[in-house]
Design a protein. Sequence first.
Length: 304
Amino acid sequence: MGDRERNKKRLLELLRAAGTGNARCADCGAADPDWASYKLGVFICLHCSGVHRNFPDISRVKSVRLDFWEDGLVEFMTHNGNLRAKAKYEARVPAFYYIPQASDCLVLKEQWIRAKYERQEFMADGKNISLTGNREGFLWKRGRDNAQFLRRRFVLSAREGLLKYYTKEQLVPLITRNYLKQGFMEKTGPKQREAFKKRWFALDAQERRLLYYKNPLDAFDLGQVFLGSREQGYEVSEGLPRDVQGNRWKAGLTIVTPERRFLFACPSEKEQGEWLESFRDVLSRPLTSFHLLTASTESGPSSR
């Protein structure tokens, strides 16, 4: 057996070895990673390897199955591996920090990978200032001129001794929220005679909201649709009314609320089926007091 075959066999054994964590991507948890960083000593998936290539001073990648591995690099991988790297680079990840999964978008994965290896934010002796003493999140604030409660983003800064709040939601919730379903659909306006427009949709199951944007990375949504429960008269069905059709896409679906119907067209029947399943999942969940407050204190959704 030659050096190439012998080293390849040793690497594959490392991937399968129990107790190493190597059987899943070190960064997003995808199964059966075929790539590795021979500077960091971790096994990673194809998508995450593309991010690692962007900072060659910190990480260098090779294919486990296609590239040649010198004996020294194989030894390095043998003495490191995903669990050891996790103990080093994820020693103090905050409890509230969202760790991306294999199904998440590349933007989330890139921010996580850069935070871990490039900025080393979570090492025991990390370079960045600790987040202790700072807190941010969303609260309901009563307006000054009327009794209406509005959702606002608050930031508590211990260093400044200030509690700040913002009238518009910032990009942070969009990046860190784990949406049940995302993708492009077309939608028409409230009169259902307006032209269908292509929009990027994100279904937030936690807050029972369907948000839509002009572009996937926009900071602010164009509008939202609150999704109550079936008991309240909310429902979703396949197809569009006979006299209505999408601009380019024909696989339609209809969301019925007590106030109006929302019409959408999906790019394929597969996407249509996934959206229907996701909407039905949310509609089947029981409402909480938070959801009831949300529905009663906010005005109707945007028609843009």
